[in-house]
Write a protein that binds this ligand. Sequence first.
Ligand SMILES: Cc1cc2nc3c(=O)[nH]c(=O)nc-3n(C[C@H](O)[C@H](O)[C@H](O)COP(=O)(O)OP(=O)(O)OC[C@H]3O[C@@H](n4cnc5c(N)ncnc54)[C@H](O)[C@@H]3O)c2cc1C
Length: 453
Amino acid sequence: MAAERIVVVGAGFAGLECVKRLEKRLRHEIDRGDVEVVVVSPHDYMLYLPLLPQVAAGVITTQAVTVSLPRALKRAHRLPGTVVGVDLERSTCIVHKISGEEIELPYDRLVLAPGSVTRKFDIPGLDEHALGMKNLAEAAYLRDHVISQLELANASTDDEERAARLQFVVVGGGYAGTETAACLQLLTESALKRFPRLDPGLVRWTLVDIAPRLMPELGERLGEQALDLLRRRGIEIKLETGVQEVTDSAVTFTDGTTLPTRTLVWTAGVTSNPLVKNLDVELVRGRLKVGADFLLPGRSDVFSLGDCAAVPDLTQDDPDAICPPTAQHATRMAATCADNVVASLHGQALKQYKHHDLGLVVDLGGTQAVAHPLGLELTGATAQVVTRGYHVFALPLMRTRLRVIANWILHLFGGDEFIRIGFLSGRKGTVEDFEGADTYLSADQIRERARAS
Ligand SMILES: Cc1cc2nc3c(=O)[nH]c(=O)nc-3n(C[C@H](O)[C@H](O)[C@H](O)COP(=O)(O)OP(=O)(O)OC[C@H]3O[C@@H](n4cnc5c(N)ncnc54)[C@H](O)[C@@H]3O)c2cc1C
């Protein structure tokens, strides 16, 4: 066994960049066998989540938004599985391999980057009916579901059923929900030519949020412009409105109205991965409390970053400010975190993470976008060029960049076939199905196992 083992949990924005940096900084130690870097991930790819709405809309294929781990990583050892628990006392991860086998993986340094999951609320019917938009399977499933609603409505002889199947509701007016509603509305609009029996006036998208504004992080003016643009495209936007109940055939809102629908997409925020919630350590707003050096308080061997960690935002005057859960922060954090892991191995001082936000880009489909890069406020085609340029720049591998650009060009000239893969089997594939968390071990279960071993 190598003298020092670094285990990285998760290969998303934070995990992959961190491992790549560790490979670079520690290449001689790894080649000599002095250090081993192990990355545990249930998938063999890193997912570029900001382009997920375009996958659901059929603009980009599923494979094009992934970065292959075997291609991206040269020296790290890949363990295909999920870390279901961490015994901090014994410095050991408990891993469920994708084969179902469970193994223990001791570490000298641990980097926790398992990201976040969809945040749900205690709303009747939500667990049974809400569709998610947080991973590749959910995006592919949502696309199938939307196309199947068009097909079923087209085939229906019942006016009420047809109208309900053509109503689509997205909850969450952040960038994920807004992009999802905007991109999928374009999908249904252009699909209508293949469904001549459908009345275009019956196809309705509704975007709902409890907040008074869409995407507050964009600023008031750009948020208003995005709102106007979407309303002009026929998307109904209900602000200061929540969901009260969901059934198989309708959604009831907190303003008392009920909308007959078979589609509720739930993108109302994210919460930490269950792994970190079960650790029995201090959380800040549901995320792991860490210092600006990414270390857990009182520990010198456990680091955490990305969506699951409450990393202090040193660019703000407010001492309680934490970095927002964005890809931009996760990627930037990764380099500093990897450097700190290396510094901790070499007995050197750790760095503090400080990154000024570069702004936000929001793709509203076609030639429409809103962008807030480096303090500039952009809309329309200029914003779309900046938005797509930003994604191309941010994608980790040249091959992935080329694939995404090729997909955009193909879609522009070749359009969409609007075909389903065929996931539907008489019941909905819900957030619970795709992001279910029942395999994770609680802190008590881990203590119990440690006592028994
Ligand atoms: C639809 C959508 C659009 C978005 N658009 C933008 C945008 O435009 N700009 C922006 O900055 N941000 C955007 N985000 C947010 C951004 O994607 C996240 O902030 C970012 O992915 C966080 O990176 P991360 O590495 O912490 O988590 P992730 O990228 O989610 O990676 C976590 C990884 O850990 C793995 N994992 C999970 N649990 C375990 C476990 N127990 N054991 C091992 N591995 C595990 C997962 O499979 C995943 O590979 C968007 C998010 C969504 C959902």
